[in-house]
Design a protein around this ligand. Structure first.
Ligand SMILES: [Zn+2]
Length: 363
C-alpha cells in the first residue's frame, strides 16, 4: 500500500480519516507498506495492511491468523458479532467469487475491447484520471484501466485481487483495497471515474451498492455501471437498445421477450439448488456444461458460449454460484442514476439477453 492512498481512504464504518502505523515496508522502500495498521480517528476500529493490501473485511484474521499472532495489537479488531454478521451476509459471496477468480484463466487478449465497450468510456479518456474499479475480481479490467494510463484503485470483497499484487508492487499507479461495496472505505467524491462492470447485482442490495459507489465520484466525474437485465414488462423490453448486428431481432421482439422471461424463470429454479451446493462440487458439475457450450444448437442452453472452454467453465460457475443475483430493467437503472444526481450520457446496446448499462455524469 502506497502511503499516498491515505488521502482518499476513510473508515468504512463512520467515514472518518484513518491513521497509519507502519510495521514493515517492502524492500526498496518508496513509501510502500507491506504490513501495518489503519486506525480510525473516529470510531477507533482498526484495519490491517497485509501483504501490501489494506483489508477492510471483518473476517480478515480468519484467513491471516499469522498476522494476528505476530502483531498482538490487532487483537481488538472487529468484535465477534460484527464478524458473524459479515459472514452471514457476505461470507459465501466472498468465498465463491474468491475461488472463481483465483481460477479464472486471465488476463485475456479480449479484455481491453470488452472493457472499453462495456464501460463506454473512450480509450483516450483514462489517462491521468483517478479511477475506481468497484468489484474488480482478479483485476482483468483494473489492468486495462492501468494500461490506459489511469491511477487505478481496485476494490474487491475477495482475496482474488491478490492476482494484481505483482503489478501493484511495480507500479506507482495501481492500488489494491479489499473491502465491501456496501461500505466502501473511501472518502466521498475522490474519483474522476467510478465503474462497476457486472458486479452490484451480486450484493444483497444492488440499489444500496449503487448509492454507495455513486457518492465516490466527484462533481463532473463519470459513473459507469452495468447490471444483469430483467425481462421485465414487454412495453419496456421492446425499447431496449440493440447492438447494430442484432437489429434483426426487432420484428420478433415479443418472442425474444418471452424466451428471456422463460429463461429467467428456469434459471431462478435451477439456482435454488446450485447456490446450496458446496462451491467446489458445483465447479465440477460445471465441467459438462463447459463442454456442451461448444456444441452447436445446444450451446445456448448453457450459460456460456465463449470460444475458450476454461472461460466457459468459469462463466457457467459464475452464473450458478453467487448467493445474490438480482435482475434489473434499463428504466430502473436510469432512475437510480437520476436519484443519485447523475445525468445519463450513454446507454449500452446489447444482444438477445438484456444488459442495462449506463454511462453517467455526476452533477
Ligand atoms: Zn470509524
Amino acid at each position: 500500500m502506497k502511503t499516498s492512498l491515505l488521502d482518499i481512504l476513510a473508515c468504512p464504518d463512520c467515514g472518518s480519516p484513518l491513521k497509519l502505523s507502519v510495521f514493515e515496508e517492502f524492500s526498496g522502500g518508496g513509501n510502500d507498506v507491506r504490513e501495518g495498521l489503519l486506525l480510525c480517528e473516529g470510531c477507533s476500529e482498526i484495519h490491517p495492511v497485509i501483504e501490501g493490501i489494506p483489508r477492510f473485511v471483518p473476517n480478515v484474521f480468519l484467513r491471516h491468523p499469522d498476522f494476528a499472532k505476530k502483531y498482538p495489537q490487532v487483537a481488538g479488531a472487529s468484535d465477534e458479532g460484527t464478524r458473524r454478521a459479515f459472514l452471514k451476509a457476505h461470507g459465501s459471496t466472498q468465498e465463491r467469487f474468491g475461488f472463481e477468480w483465483m481460477n479464472y484463466p486471465g488476463p485475456l487478449p479480449e479484455d481491453r475491447e470488452v472493457f472499453l465497450a462495456e464501460t463506454q468510456v473512450p480509450a483516450g479518456d483514462w489517462k491521468g484520471k483517478r479511477v475506481l474499479d468497484a468489484g474488480c475480481g482478479m483485476g482483468r479490467y483494473s489492468r486495462v484501466a492501468h494500461e490506459l494510463g489511469a491511477e487505478t484503485v481496485a476494490l474487491d470483497l475477495s482475496h482474488a485481487l491478490e492476482r494484481l499484487s505483482d503489478l501493484a508492487r511495480s507500479s506507482g499507479r495501481l492500488h489494491l483495497v479489499q473491502g465491501n461495496l456496501l461500505s466502501p472505505p473511501f472518502r466521498d467524491k475522490v474519483f474522476d471515474i467510478v465503474y462497476s462492470v457486472g458486479v452490484i447485482h451480486h450484493t444483497p442490495s444492488a440499489r444500496e451498492a449503487f448509492r454507495k459507489i455513486s457518492r465516490l465520484a466527484r462533481s463532473g466525474g463519470t459513473l459507469s455501471v452495468w447490471v444483469y437485465g430483467a425481462a421485465g414488462k414487454f412495453s419496456d423490453f421492446r425499447t431496449n437498445p440493440l447492438r447494430p448486428g442484432r437489429a434483426g431481432l426487432k420484428p420478433v421482439i415479443f418472442w425474444v421477450w418471452l424466451t428471456v422471461k422463460i429463461r429467467e424463470f428456469l434459471s431462478d429454479v435451477l439456482r435454488l439448488f446450485t447456490v446450496r451446493i458446496p462451491g467446489k462440487l458445483l465447479y465440477l458439475l460445471c465441467y459438462p456444461l463447459a463442454f456442451l457450450g461448444a456444441v452447436p444448437g445446444i450451446r445456448y442452453l448453457t450459460f456460456s458460449a465463449h470460444p475458450l472452454w476454461r472461460v466457459r467453465l468459469q462463466e457457467n460457475f459464475d452464473w450458478l454460484t453467487p448467493p445474490y443475483q438480482s435482475h434489473h430493467s434499463k428504466e430502473e437503472l436510469g432512475r437510480w442514476f437520476e436519484e443519485e444526481g447523475c445525468e445519463v450520457v450513454k446507454v449500452l446496446p446489447h444482444g438477445f439477453v438484456p444488459k442495462p448499462g449506463i454511462l453517467g455524469r455526476k452533477k
